[in-house]
Design a protein around this ligand. Structure first.
Ligand SMILES: NC(=O)c1ccc[n+]([C@@H]2O[C@H](COP(=O)([O-])OP(=O)(O)OC[C@H]3O[C@@H](n4cnc5c(N)ncnc54)[C@H](O)[C@@H]3O)[C@@H](O)[C@H]2O)c1
Length: 388
């Protein structure tokens, strides 16, 4: 018999919507022992109208304007943290102490010190926990990892990641407030490093193994902006752009680039790995495709390059491809929202006897460690080592 899990959603913005959709859809596509129920959603008193609209559109049974009250409720089983970054730590610690399962958005925390306390709290409480690095669950990115694990790339030489957007180029874009808290260091922690590169780092380490050291440069292109809440011009201290070099434990080297000033780029996340036997490339603007260049047989190492050699553009919609047997028929695509459905399904399966969900808080702390090292390197202008 299906058991219910009552969801308490802490936030009602962009990620509130993607997570609510995932809970609403997951049992339509995955056979699970549990069924999530959208029990209650939280928003600030000042966002009451937005909260009520959110409740109506997603079908939540009740609302809360005090997140501590939500966590204290006996009828909530799982707390989902989709609030700005500075709240993750306090919300997670309170939820763990109350014995709730926890889903937390990335970046896990504002710093390693916060992340360590959060990991300690969930592990002490023994509650199921996960961090929503949803891009691992794009079928083409899962296939990327599969090809690497099958040895089709072989010895890795180069990893190249970009995560570029263009929405802060105008000086008139304010900082802070409900919409642009990402530009306020007190609320976001860091700029593109925690917001965008955290995704690239999570995927890179998942696919290509741990990063051992980094050297970074960050830039703030617009030094002052009007703060949306105070109405005053205030200095900008988050990184508008960040580029770093990385050395991986497997001997390969990587470049990572992220900015919100790449005119024309809206959510351009790409990754390429070049190895001895082959190469793989993905970009999120064409999420249903994976590109693969095959040079040598993974088992024999024998060259198979011939007159048909060239990049293959694989339409990742077949039943043999990761997650795709759960959806429609070959040739029909799925979208951004399905990456969250896949993640929630994997999380539930993790405590229903399936493989434990990754990244949980402890695994996601690695990304926090690399992000902290990147920011430190940019400040100090030197290479920074990252312990395993
Ligand atoms: N996995 C992903 O791809 C992805 C994408 C976007 C955002 N995120 C993460 O999700 C989290 C939420 O981001 P979002 O894009 O949904 O943000 P958002 O601004 O769309 O929504 C944030 C929610 O928090 C509320 N809020 C804002 N300031 C608050 C405050 N000071 N106190 C209490 N509540 C406040 C807002 O009213 C809103 O309900 C962030 O940690 C972000 O990094 C992850």
């Amino acid at each position: 018999m299906t058991k219910t899990i009552n969801i308490g959603m802490l936030g009602c913005g962009f990620m509130g919507r993607t997570h609510s959709n995932a809970y609403s859809q997951v049992n339509h596509f995955f056979e699970l022992e549990h069924r999530p129920v959208l029990k209650a959603c939280y928003g600030r008193e000042q966002d009451l109208e937005v909260l009520k609209k959110f409740q109506k559109m997603w079908g939540y049974e009740s609302i809360e304007t005090d997140w501590q009250k939500m966590i204290a409720r006996d009828d909530i089983d799982l707390i989902d943290v989709v609030a700005p970054n500075f709240l993750h730590h306090d919300m997670v610690i309170a939820a763990a102490n109350a014995g709730k399962m926890i889903v937390c958005e990335k970046p896990l925390a504002m710093s390693m010190a916060e992340a360590e306390a959060m990991v300690a709290a969930v592990e002490k409480a023994g509650v199921a926990n996960m961090v929503m690095f949803n891009y691992r669950r794009v079928p083409a990115i899962s296939l990327f990892k599969q090809l690497v694990d099958e040895g089709r790339v072989g010895k890795a030489f180069h990893y190249r990641a970009t995560y570029n957007q263009d929405y802060t180029i105008n000086q008139k874009v304010p900082a802070g407030g409900a919409a642009l808290w990402r530009l306020d260091a007190k609320v976001a922690g860091s700029g593109v490093t925690g917001d965008l590169l955290a995704h690239s780092i999570d995927t890179a380490e998942w696919i290509n193994g741990p990063i051992q050291k980094v050297v970074a440069h960050t830039e703030i292109f617009i030094k002052e902006r009007m703060h949306a809440e105070t109405g005053k011009m205030e200095p900008i201290t988050i990184d508008d752009a960040c580029m770093f070099l990385a050395v991986f434990a497997n001997g390969s080297i990587g470049t990572f680039e992220s900015t919100r000033y790449a005119r024309g780029r809206k959510n351009f996340s790409s990754m390429e790995l070049n190895g001895e036997n082959g190469a793989v490339y993905f970009n999120l603007e064409e999420p249903e495709y994976l590109q693969f260049f095959r040079y040598a047989d993974p088992d024999t190492g024998k060259k198979i390059e011939d007159h048909l050699t060239g990049w293959q553009r694989i339409l990742v919609t077949n039943g043999e491809h990761p997650y795709m047997d759960k959806y429609w028929v070959p040739g029909t695509t799925i979208g951004y929202e399905h990456t969250f459905i896949n993640a929630i399904a994997d999380f539930f399966r993790g405590f229903e006897g399936g493989p434990k969900y990754k990244p949980d808080f402890r695994a996601a702390m690695r990304t926090q460690k690399v992000c902290d090292a990147v920011i430190r390197s940019a400040k100090e202008g030197t290479w920074v080592g990252i312990e395993s």
